[in-house]
Design a protein around this ligand. Structure first.
Ligand code: ASP
Length: 343
């Protein structure tokens, strides 16, 4: 019979132990098994989690779950995700998405037009090409070649109205830390925040752990409403909008993409977890870093992270209050408010 000592000897020779334990800050930790969970950003996450749960509850993979989950949001009327979202300043909806599995495989699309499910194109990039990222016309061409239908180029009713309203009142507003830059020739910018206090951007970001304890993540957005044509945010950039390290944990971001990119946000949060911080502290530390970099301008932007570690512990932190994430597991389905720097 294989006793414990003998098992550990064999395991250390063969590397078998890594099937059971993962390293965190030099310590061995046990992944959470048979207790799938999904989390995702904002209120829309409740519906998206239901889509993911259909996969997870039947023992499906975290990767399938995070694709199916955010497809729900991509199909719904939404200011900031999918083809019904607000357009760029030239009146075109352009979409960004990324996906990452438990083996460092990742794929993304940016500036993708007229395709209903950018997350599925991102997955095809990951699985069917030697590349990580496709953008613009090339991404669209790839999607069509893969059988994705080209949707009509029309704005949804809500988006048309929002765009017409924006065109009426559009004014130049130097965004975030850019007072000294003259955007000659670019015309007006959209404000980062509307008069009613809501932000002009949102993203569905989702992280899941499956019955095997494997992690995956996804992220899909139309980016910032009325953005300069061609602008990419953090969401399609692996390490900024999304990062998954199955040995440690995973993180996904929402908010002002430019400031998330600056600190390689999601990757930085995962590295904090690798150093031994719990997910909430890891998120808080990177939010604090952004706030420090921005100085007084931090008040003008929103950024939030959600993270999960290999043991299934979940954490979040935001710059401003008002951010919440949706959680679903066997026991519960709820929205959780994030702690924030400014209350
Ligand atoms: N992070 C997205 C972007 O900058 C927008 C958001 O999540 O609010 O494109």
């Amino acid at each position: 019979m294989l006793n414990r000592k003998r098992f550990l000897q064999i395991a250390s020779l063969t590397g078998v132990s890594s099937v059971f334990f993962n390293s965190l800050n030099g310590q061995k930790i046990k992944p959470m098994l048979n207790n799938p969970v999904v989390i995702s950003t904002w209120d829309q996450g409740i519906a998206a989690n239901k889509g993911a749960w259909e996969v997870l509850k039947n023992g499906g993979s975290a990767l399938d779950a995070v694709e199916k989950g955010v497809m729900v949001t991509e199909s719904e009327p939404n200011c900031c995700v999918g083809l019904q979202a607000n357009p760029d300043r030239d009146g075109f909806v352009t979409l960004d998405a990324s996906i990452m599995d438990h083996q460092y495989n990742c794929g993304s699309v940016g500036f993708l037009e007229r395709i209903k499910h950018p997350i599925s194109v991102a997955r095809r990039v990951m699985e069917k090409t030697p590349h990580v990222m496709l953008v613009g016309q090339g991404a669209q061409q790839f999607a069509v070649a893969e059988g994705f239908p080209l949707e009509p180029e029309v704005l949804s009713g809500e988006a048309r109205k929002a765009y017409d309203d924006w065109l009426k009142n559009s004014h130049y507003e130097p965004q975030i830390n850019r007072e000294n830059i003259q955007n000659k020739g670019h015309g007006p910018f959209a404000p980062a925040k509307y008069d009613d206090g809501s932000w002009n951007h949102d993203t569905i970001g989702m992280l899941a752990m499956d019955v095997k304890g494997n992690l995956s993540g996804s992220c899909t957005t139309s980016g910032m409403g009325f953005k300069i044509r061609g602008r990419l945010g953090d969401s399609p950039i692996i390490g900024a909008g999304l990062y998954v390290d199955n040995e440690v944990g995973a993180c996904v971001a929402t908010g002002q993409g430019e400031d998330i990119i600056r600190v390689a946000g999601s990757h930085s949060v995962v590295e904090m977890m690798r150093q031994g911080h719990n997910p909430e502290t890891a998120c808080r530390k990177i939010i604090e870093r952004i706030v420090k970099i921005k100085g007084a301008d931090a008040k003008k932007i929103q950024v939030a992270f959600i993270a999960i570690n290999k043991q299934g512990v979940i954490g979040t932190f935001a710059i401003h209050k008002g951010f919440s994430y949706a959680l679903k597991n066997k026991a519960t389905e709820k929205l959780v408010n994030a702690k924030s720097i400014f209350r």
